[in-house]
Design a protein around this ligand. Structure first.
Ligand SMILES: [Zn+2]
Ligand SMILES: [Zn+2]
Ligand SMILES: [Zn+2]
Length: 149
């Protein structure tokens, strides 16, 4: 699916979940999709303010909440302050590699979980049903260039 097709599908799902698809709401979705990083509703609202001064913060909150509910975003609770959200259509199971310097998120296909499942079963008699994994490190742009060390 192309980015435009994904955006169209997300609009349709939001409408089905009871969101009116105004231009302002479409602008929220477009900006959120473009950002490959976790953002709080506040941060997203600030980014939108320049070009879309009429977008209400309450609409940003509500849109992100519904995006999570329809499976188009993941939510990260923070110890202090607000939860943050990442655009992530969960059609295909995958994991995230989060850059600790710039916040960029890359999608990672799921591998080697079978091994964990075997260890859990053998050592703890634990039956794995689902899992969440997130990796933290430095992205290509932020990592020091190995060749020059
Ligand atoms: Zn994702
Ligand atoms: Zn980075
Ligand atoms: Zn996985």
């Amino acid at each position: 699916m192309s980015a435009a097709e994904i955006e169209g599908a997300v609009h349709a799902e939001l409408a089905r979940a009871g969101c009116r698809m105004t231009n302002q709401r479409k602008a929220i979705v477009a900006e959120f999709m473009r950002l490959r990083r976790y953002v709080t509703p506040q941060e997203l609202h600030e980014r939108l303010a320049r070009r879309h001064p009429r977008v209400a913060l309450a609409t940003v909150y509500r849109t992100l909440e519904v995006l999570e509910k329809i499976g188009a975003a993941v939510r990260e609770p923070r110890d202090h302050g607000e939860a943050s959200y990442l655009f992530c259509p969960l059609a295909q199971h995958h994991h995230h590699a989060v850059c600790i310097a710039c916040g960029k998120v890359d999608d990672v296909p799921c591998g080697s979980v079978d091994r964990f499942a075997r260890v859990l079963a053998q050592q703890l008699n634990f039956q794995l049903r689902r899992h969440r994994l997130e990796f933290y490190g430095l992205c290509r742009r932020c990592a020091p260039d190995e060749a020059h060390i």
